[in-house]
Design a protein. Structure first.
Length: 266
């Protein structure tokens, strides 16, 4: 049978999602826990491979397994074998046509910036930090140049292995709440470092180094060298993945107010 699971994790102590020979990845931790519950080796496929230091509150993965376990056993059995920085949130038996990556219709990310003169302490590694005042209205204006379907070659990593760079951004918003600036973005798919490179460009605009039009100029250049530096991984969260309703999976809330309530001063 095929099982889909929802996962949240704190990416600070991991080398990203994807399995590496050196170890220390989220995928290896999850597969180890699943294998213990199933009493057989398990391999997973996820909706989006996050980089080192990137977090998730709603990652989705699937695996195939002959072992019969109920949903509660998958959830609590896995969590008893996972580090405290990783939790399985839900588990569902699903159609064998379901694929965590290829069945996804939209992916949602949020980039969190602490915008104040003093560096973070309790939030170190959990948010990005920018000491220069950011103009969120200029950033929001710049974001309008990036919505829709475009060639995002200028916004992907130099070593990105994607076959092409055309992606569709459905929404890209910028909001300030006190000392925090939130970038919310949804797209059909993302390129390597795409969200972090967009964040880097918007932060350069927000700090007054560039005009809002520059976001569009960078896009049109299709040249990574024309963009800003890649923003820190620490501020990036995978917040949801949307699938066709007939799979019966939990809908992405794409609302971080609940968990962000734990942040001091928020």
């Amino acid at each position: 049978m095929r099982i889909a699971i929802g996962i949240e994790y704190d990416g600070r102590n991991f080398h990203g999602w994807e399995t590496q020979r050196s170890g220390g990845t989220v995928q290896q931790s999850v597969e180890s826990a699943l294998s213990k519950v199933a009493n057989t080796p398990i391999k997973t496929i996820c909706a989006g491979r996050t980089d080192a230091g990137v977090h998730a509150v709603a990652q989705v993965a699937h695996f195939d397994c002959d072992a019969i376990r109920n949903e509660r056993s998958w959830i609590f059995g896995c969590n008893s074998n996972l580090p405290k920085s990783v939790s399985v949130l839900w588990a569902r038996q699903c159609d064998d046509k379901f694929h965590a990556r290829f069945s996804a219709e939209r992916r949602y990310y949020q980039y969190v910036i602490l915008n104040r003169s003093v560096r973070p302490a309790t939030l170190n590694g959990r948010v990005s930090w920018e000491y220069q005042p950011l103009d969120e209205q200029a950033m929001a204006q710049a974001a309008t140049y990036l919505t829709g379907e475009h060639d995002f070659s200028a916004y992907r990593a130099a070593g990105c292995g994607a076959r092409h760079a055309v992606r569709r951004i459905y929404d890209l918003t910028v909001q300030r709440q006190g000392s925090f600036v939130f970038l919310n973005i949804s797209a059909n798919a993302f390129l390597q470092h795409m969200v972090r490179n967009i964040a880097g460009v918007l932060m350069a605009i927000g700090s007054g180094q560039q005009s809002s039009q520059w976001a569009g100029d960078v896009l049109q250049s299709k040249d990574r060298r024309c963009a800003a530096k890649t923003a820190s991984a620490s501020g990036l969260y995978l917040t949801g993945v949307r699938y066709p309703q007939h799979y019966g999976l939990p809908a992405p809330a794409n609302d971080l107010d609940a968990w962000l309530g734990v942040l001091p001063g928020h």
